[in-house]
Write a protein that binds this ligand. Structure first.
Ligand code: PMP
Length: 363
């Protein structure tokens, strides 16, 4: 059977080497005769795993010492709420930049929790001839005392990525669910970074939070204890039973990334993969993208067949060729190829070959 390449946006494909390792030690982890799923999270073996995972993540992302690394429950949406409850208190306000579906959802959650009067929402996408482009206004010109600015540097559904670092007078909270560890970033420019694990980190059920310690002094709203950052820090992310299997797999992904030469090497590959796909899309009249060059996501390549009546045929034939989960999100239609760290260049090459053949057959 020829290879299957999984372009799902999340839960997404994991590195084959990590899955093979997990399979090999599924029933007997660490020579203990039991699975990693079956051991206490407080056992010394599991704690060693969590310490290594944190050390590896710190090394991979060059996380400064004045930042805490938390492994939490609740995915990306859990953090939409946690950020508000941990930082806004009774009278705090926040600014939400909107560049696609997930940043809208984050802003809506904030409004639900603290009301419209405490949440300012600023659209930063301009559409010209159906092409979306991010235009960030001069934030220093906004005279408001926000507790934080929230944005989503990679909009998974829309295929929009913001590569420039923001110049913000307020601490930046970034939802990096779909582009964490895809390229180097300067963590010290952020107040808090969060990510649901199920794209570039591991399976769902886990979210990673990287938070600057001074933000933990902000006033809090009453909230569920399991989403309380200070409790998570105090209890080394084990206030309650953590998602241990997801944590274990994340730890394996971090080791795999280090073995691949770290994020800088991964970034080169990611650029190569994305360029191969966008160059092909640009080179013909059969397909199109609707995102300006400067904001084309390296992780989620959204594209359309110019004749959309061929969509079903495209998806069916792609699946037959072993290229699965290419259907775009139902809210935007078209196609989406999610090409996270685990997607090898061969997968992108196979996709380009298929797209070329499909177009030639039809024309
Ligand atoms: N933010 C972004 C950028 C996402 O892509 C997603 C999920 N696709 C979420 C938040 C929500 O994550 P979850 O489903 O883990 O709550």
């Amino acid at each position: 059977m020829s290879a299957t390449y999984n372009f799902c946006a999340g839960p997404a494909m994991l590195p084959a080497a990590v899955m093979q390792q997990a399979q090999a030690e599924l029933l007997d982890w660490n020579g203990q005769g039991v699975s990693v799923m079956e051991v206490s999270h407080r056992s010394k073996e599991f704690i060693a795993l969590t310490e290594q995972a944190e050390a590896d993540l710190r090394e991979l992302m060059s996380i400064p010492d004045n930042y805490h690394v938390l492994f939490m429950h609740g995915g990306g949406r859990g953090q939409f709420a946690a950020v508000v409850n941990n930082f806004l208190g009774n009278d705090g306000r926040a600014l939400y930049l909107v560049d696609g579906s997930w940043s809208i959802a984050a802003a809506e959650e904030a409004i639900k929790l603290v009301g419209e009067q405490n949440v300012d929402v600023l659209n930063i996408v301009e559409k010209d001839n159906n092409i979306s482009r991010v235009v960030v206004p001069n934030l220093s010109g906004i005279e408001q005392d926000y507790r934080y600015l929230h944005y989503c540097p990679n909009e998974t559904v829309d295929g929009i990525e913001i590569f420039d670092e923001l110049d913000s007078p307020w601490p930046i909270v970034a939802d990096m669910s779909s582009n964490i560890m895809s390229r180097d970033i300067d963590v010290s420019r952020f107040g808090l970074i969060y990510a649901g694990a199920q794209k570039n980190i591991g399976p769902s059920g886990l979210s990673i939070v990287i938070v600057k310690d001074e933000l933990l002094a902000l006033p809090q709203l009453p909230q569920a204890s399991i989403m309380d950052y200070r409790l998570a820090v105090k209890h080394d992310s084990m206030y309650n039973t953590p998602p241990t299997f997801a944590w274990y797999l994340a730890a394996e992904v971090f080791k795999w990334l280090k073995g691949k030469g770290g994020i800088a090497e991964m970034a080169k590959l990611n650029t190569q993969k994305a360029q191969a796909l966008y160059q092909f899309i640009d080179s013909n009249d059969f397909y199109e993208t609707r995102v300006a060059k400067a904001n084309r996501s390296q992780m989620n390549v959204t594209f359309y067949l110019k004749d959309e009546s061929l969509n079903e045929q495209f998806i069916t034939q792609a699946k037959e060729a072993g290229l699965v989960a290419l259907k775009g999100h139902r809210s935007v239609g078209g196609m989406r190829a999610s090409i996270y760290n685990a997607m090898p260049i061969e997968g992108v090459e196979a996709l380009v070959r298929f797209m070329r053949d499909f177009a030639e057959k039809i024309s």
